[in-house]
Design a protein around this ligand. Structure first.
Ligand code: AMP
Length: 422
């Protein structure tokens, strides 16, 4: 009866945390005018490969269905949303879409890294402009603020790394330059996790001086001015986009952003700004990541539509929120109790009537003695007790479980305004 490796059941506390993030996400999406949708959980394998090529097979769940089709479980929402937008020619642009739900990845399981987990995601499709990146970053900043998490947003731009590499590769042909660029991005991606000497040895094939320069670039942090100084000067042109994004974030009051040229976010499909969100001062894994990825919509036949977005791991946010994110599922519940079997039917009816008025109610279904019912109700805020003598007088007993006080209340009054007594 063991679960497959990397799978787990989400218990009530896990789900309460996930629901807390979902609630904050839905409220924030409304504030920013994102429309929510749920892209298909199963895609054609070829659709998921459109972004990253066949190498993606190692990282996802894929199988042949009973009709002989090669299909795969979604590993994020970005691909499904982009496919949807590309196929809906009548969709009005710009389109602001978001999703929240479960995704599957064949990752190596560890704390905060699962094979089934939840993501929140917002994307803006349409003619590219820097305000789109700024909007999704502001969205993430507001969402984490609502979740009570102190975060820092680290931003970079592919063009900065590309122009840096381009200058060092001026003597190479187009193929050599492309290879050097891919290696450079890979090296920058590893810079924070690996030692200097190890990286210089691994990338000794790069043109002279480039690897050393990239390590310096990858450690550049701060405002655009500070990062440019740390990166050994500002290449003409490339920084304009980064500065524009920076200016918009300042204008929007997003104070917790900084340039970090070590952020490149893999090789897959990002084409412009890239960003990641971390819990401030913890050094823990990323809470969210995103960027501009105009090539993906192009791969689905809509080269005219650009896209920028950000996605966050829900379980990671819940871990960071700790106990704050997960109120006990039964908090605030009312228990309806019955003194004996003769009044059980009346109590069940009362429970139904209270639920119809929006009161969350628990009731013992097994006819257990009052003492046992009382024990089970200890986590409730109030108990409503139905007993023969009170019932004859049209009354119930309302017990405050914390103060341990009781009062007789007319059953009609209770149903007319439950909020006044519960
Ligand atoms: P990505 O789609 O890889 O950019 O991931 C976006 C966010 O999802 C990351 O910043 C993490 O917060 C979260 N995430 C990615 N992979 C996992 C995983 N295997 N388990 C839990 N959360 C994850």
């Amino acid at each position: 009866m063991d679960l497959p490796r990397g799978m787990r059941d989400l218990g009530p506390a896990d789900l309460a945390g996930i629901e807390a993030v979902r609630g904050a996400f839905v409220r924030t999406a409304r504030l920013f005018s994102f429309e929510l949708m749920d892209p298909s959980p199963i895609e054609s394998l070829s659709t998921l490969e459109a972004r990253s090529g066949p190498a993606i097979r190692d990282e996802i769940y894929h199988f042949r269905d009973k009709g002989g089709r090669d299909v795969a479980l979604r590993f994020d929402f970005t691909v499904g949303l982009a496919r949807h937008v590309a196929s809906e020619r009548s969709l009005r642009m710009p389109a602001k879409l978001g999703s929240f739900g479960g995704v599957f990845r064949y990752d190596e399981p560890q704390r905060g890294r699962y094979r089934y987990f939840h993501q929140w995601n917002v994307e803006i499709f349409g003619r590219p402009c820097a305000e789109q990146e700024a909007e999704v970053i502001e969205f993430a900043a507001r969402l984490f603020e609502e979740l009570g998490l102190r975060v820092e947003v680290r931003i970079s731009h592919r063009a900065v790394v590309e122009s840096f590499v381009g200058r060092a590769c001026a003597g190479l042909g187009p193929e050599g330059r492309a290879r050097a660029l891919a290696d450079s991005l890979r090296m920058v991606d590893k810079a924070a996790k690996r030692g200097r000497e190890e990286l210089l040895a691994e990338y000794r094939g790069l043109p002279p001086g480039l690897a050393e320069g990239l390590l310096e670039l990858a450690s550049a942090r701060g405002t655009p001015d500070e990062a440019a100084a740390a990166a050994g000067g500002e290449p003409p042109g490339a920084w304009a986009a980064l500065r524009e994004l920076w200016a918009s974030l300042q204008n929007r009051g997003v104070a917790n952003a900084a340039v970090d040229l070590g952020i490149v976010r893999g090789l897959d499909y990002y084409s412009g700004a890239v960003f990641e969100v971390f819990e401030a001062g913890t050094g823990s894994a990323a809470l969210a990541g995103g960027g501009r990825y105009d090539a993906l919509t192009g791969a689905f036949g809509r080269g005219d539509v650009g896209a920028a977005g950000i996605a966050g791991g829900v379980e990671r946010a819940v871990l960071a929120m700790g106990a704050r994110g997960a109120p006990p599922p039964a908090a605030g519940r009312v228990s309806v109790l019955y003194a004996n079997g003769q009044v059980m039917a009346s109590a069940v009816r009362l429970a139904s009537q209270l639920r119809a008025r929006g009161v969350p109610v628990d009731i013992d279904l097994a006819g257990r003695p009052l003492r046992r019912q009382m024990e089970a109700a200890s986590g409730s805020r109030r108990a409503v007790i139905v007993a023969p003598a009170e019932e004859a007088a049209g009354q119930v007993v309302v017990r405050d479980m914390e103060a341990r006080t009781e009062a007789r209340v007319g059953a009609g009054d209770l149903l007319a305004s439950p909020g006044a007594y519960l």
